[in-house]
Design a protein around this ligand. Structure first.
Ligand code: 5GP
Ligand code: MN
Length: 336
């Protein structure tokens, strides 16, 4: 396996190193791992003389919590690419997306003549490109990007280190779920100039006052189902459009990190309403429960213990479907 990954890495670095005009794509509702990976590669390739842009479909602007990251000037609106197509480009790169659907409308760029390199760490990756650097053992996609920088001979500076650190810290749940390699990389990134407290203050540790009202309503209606998952327990709640009115996506996204701390439940679900009959569902689990299996069964994806899917219908219907999927094969591992 190591030899194969190595070959992927060398091949991916060769493609990136020889491309003159590159479009890097982050997934819908980009997080720090996806946008951080795209911006790192963007800055690094730009310094090597390539023409580079970064784009993502939804939402139409950079999430405020990520808008202070280095390199955000590279971001171009999805509309530009949807209208102009891929002419003039010689490489497309998707970062941190497990499937083409995660790129929204920008996935339509993949049926042209421009090769697509997929860089990702989701085990559920569907290998939707022509070239792949996919390693589910990587803590975050930025880990693969760091390896690519070494392969390309690009030295870390404070901007690149900040971007990589942002993705690493957030995808490992503030290093709780990080491997020893993630901690070693963090030390190297700090030595290159990454400032953890300053970075995370903007990304995860700051919310408007209205967030407290959202939390009060949403946590107040949380439901604990102690019988779900063969008695391991499921806790769930919803964030309606009314709860989140006037607030950022970041406020709704933060709820899962509180819900998941419920000690009586091995799995947690937050349904975030995105339209009258549409919910984006965030799932987390521990103690051998694999919510990722349920997410895939319901048309979504992610990691074994951090996953999601989109539900069309009502809240109760979503919970019924989720409970059933969690009782299906593979959701609870034998050791649990
Ligand atoms: P989050 O709850 O933070 O939005 O997502 C957790 C994980 O699940 C991430 O790895 C994300 O890529 C994945 N995920 C979330 N929603 C979806 C979805 O609708 N489809 C797929 N394929 N993956 C998702
Ligand atoms: Mn990731």
């Amino acid at each position: 396996m190591i030899a194969d990954q190595r070959a992927d890495l060398t091949g991916a670095a060769r493609l990136l190193g020889s491309a003159r005009s590159v479009l890097l794509l982050a997934h819908n509702n980009p997080d720090a791992d996806s946008l951080g990976s795209a911006l790192t590669l963007g800055l690094a390739l730009g310094r090597r003389g390539a023409e580079v842009s970064v784009s993502f479909d939804v939402p139409g602007a950079i999430p405020q919590s990520l808008s202070g990251l280095p390199g955000v000037d590279l971001v171009t609106p999805a509309e530009r690419w949807l209208q102009a197509g891929t002419s003039g480009l010689d490489l497309l790169v998707s970062v941190d997306a497990g499937s083409a659907e995660r790129l929204g409308r920008l996935a339509s760029l993949f049926d042209g003549d421009v090769p697509l390199l997929v860089i990702d760490h989701h085990a559920s990756n569907t290998y939707f490109g022509q070239h792949h650097l996919v390693d589910p053992s990587a803590d975050a996609t930025v880990v693969l990007v760091d390896a690519l920088l070494s392969e390309l001979g690009v030295p870390l500076d404070a901007d690149l280190a900040a971007l990589l650190y942002a993705g690493l810290a957030t995808d490992t749940g503030g290093f709780r779920h990080g491997s020893a390699a993630a901690h070693v990389l963090a030390a190297r990134l700090m030595a290159a100039g990454a400032r953890p407290a300053e970075l995370l203050q903007a990304i995860t540790d700051s919310h408007p006052f209205g967030w407290l009202g959202l939390l009060s309503a949403v946590l107040g209606r949380a439901v604990l189902d102690p019988l779900a998952l063969g008695g391991r327990g499921l806790v769930h709640t919803c964030v309606t459009l009314r709860d989140s009115a006037g607030l950022r996506q970041e406020e709704a996204d933060s709820v899962i990190d509180i819900l998941r701390t419920t000690s009586e439940a091995a799995a947690a679900a937050v349904l975030k309403q995105s339209a009258a009959d549409e919910w984006q569902v965030s799932l987390r689990s521990r103690d051998g429960v694999r919510v990722g299996v349920a997410a895939i069964a319901l048309g979504g994806g992610g990691h074994p213990q951090a996953a999601g899917f989109t539900w069309r219908g009502d809240y109760q219907g979503a919970i019924a479907a989720l409970t059933q999927a969690l009782d299906g094969p593979g959701a609870v591992s034998d050791e649990a």
